[in-house]
Write a protein that binds this ligand. Structure first.
Ligand code: NAD
Length: 350
């Protein structure tokens, strides 16, 4: 398995492999770039088909974290960890402690956090052997409410703020009566729907769980839509808050919304679809910019900060998007490409 010739290799500063025979731990940590600060990114445990698939994932995800941190003006770089295995079958406290020793060996160049398959309790076990962990305790919430460590409220608030700014930019209106399709009513999507409802938007919602849809219908007067029909909904805004790659060759022509602004990671199945959206006159809020509220939250929890400072920082997502939109119009370039260039200006020139 080659690393330097890998299609997802992008001058990553360090890619470290770790194996612990006693606990069966096999893990990879990739540090993409630390020009702006130590790399931060979640640790994912997943039943990868093989180590090549795991390497692909960790290279791609760590790179994405560099761009996300740079666009959120954080003094952080991009990194990610993956553990090979099924979290329901192979995970043990001893394995998590071994992972903590691996993180410690990175000497602070990588700070870990939760991701798919890894819970707060696992990070706490890692924390027995390393201080380079995050997301295990929370001091404050962006709205002054009681903090429970879940970054989803901050992510949802950031997406709401960015969506509102995008609607004002593209449609020259506030949210009253604006029709928004929310795909996925989980930790982020449900909270986003609540913000939107409180600001007068008309919601069209879907999820694979009917009870999640029923709750939004009851609480927000939303229109229920079947998962496969959400792309055909006649709406002004499409907010993808479920899985990645929802904007692809099959769906792009069906989306009639003039704004796409949602929480999901990796929304575009291919980067080239950004240009297709631009030519269709659709304003696309780059995913890693609009969904950065969670990482901004984690960043503030690590510092001697305040709820007000965290909130102001999350609200800054709107200004970042406006900068991207203005440049996109000036340069006739898609927003995802503009965003990548601004991020690179920030982390490559440091
Ligand atoms: P979640 O698992 O709580 O919610 C996802 C929801 O989408 C679930 O309710 C699920 O049933 C639904 N869903 C799955 N497939 C669907 C489909 N085909 N059609 C309709 N609904 C479907 O996850 P979350 O924490 O709310 O995150 C949502 C998205 O935002 C993910 O892509 C995640 O990577 C991204 N994100 C989350 C955060 C965060 O702070 N939680 C931060 C940044 C990005």
């Amino acid at each position: 398995m080659s690393v330097f010739d890998h299609k997802e290799f992008d001058n990553h500063e360090q890619v470290a492999f770790f194996s612990d025979k006693q606990t069966g731990l096999q893990a990879i940590i990739a540090v993409h770039n630390t020009n702006l600060g130590p790399s931060l990114g979640g640790c994912r445990m997943w039943p990868y088909a093989d180590s090549a698939e795991a390497l692909n994932d960790v290279l791609r995800l760590s790179r994405g974290m560099t761009y996300k941190a740079a666009m959120a003006q954080l003094k952080l770089g991009g990194g990610k960890a993956v553990i090979l295995g099924d979290p329901r079958k192979h995970k043990s406290p001893e394995m998590m402690r071994a992972m903590g020793r691996f993180v410690e060996q990175m000497g602070g160049r990588y700070i870990t956090a939760e991701d798919s398959g890894i819970a707060v309790s696992d990070i706490k076990l890692m924390g027995e052997s390393t201080q380079h962990i995050s997301g295990v305790s929370a001091k404050y919430r962006y709205d002054g409410g009681e903090a429970d460590g879940n970054p989803a409220p901050s992510t949802a608030f950031g997406v709401f703020t960015g969506l509102k700014a995008s609607v004002e930019y593209a449609l020259k209106t506030d949210l009253k009566g604006v029709r928004v399709a929310v795909q996925g009513l989980g930790h982020v999507g449900y909270r986003l729907a609540k913000h939107l409802h409180e600001h007068g938007a008309k919601l069209f919602v879907t999820d694979i769980y009917e009870d999640s849809i029923a709750r939004a219908v009851e609480e927000f007067g939303a229109v229920a839509v079947a998962p496969r029909d959400i792309f055909d909904a006649e709406v002004d805004v499409y907010a993808p808050c479920a899985m990645g790659a929802s904007i692809n060759h099959n769906t792009i022509e069906r989306i009639s919304a003039k704004v796409i602004a949602g929480a999901a990671n990796n929304q575009l199945a291919e980067e080239s679809l950004g240009e297709v959206l631009r030519q269709k006159g659709v304003l696309y809020a780059p995913d890693y910019v609009i969904n950065a509220g969670g990482v901004i939250d984690i960043y503030h929890q690590r510092m001697l900060s305040t709820a007000e400072a965290m909130r102001a920082h999350i609200e800054g997502i709107a200004d970042t998007l406006l900068e991207i939109y203005t440049r996109s119009e000036q340069n006739q370039q898609p927003t995802n490409v503009v965003s990548n260039s601004i991020a690179e200006e920030r982390f490559l020139t440091e």
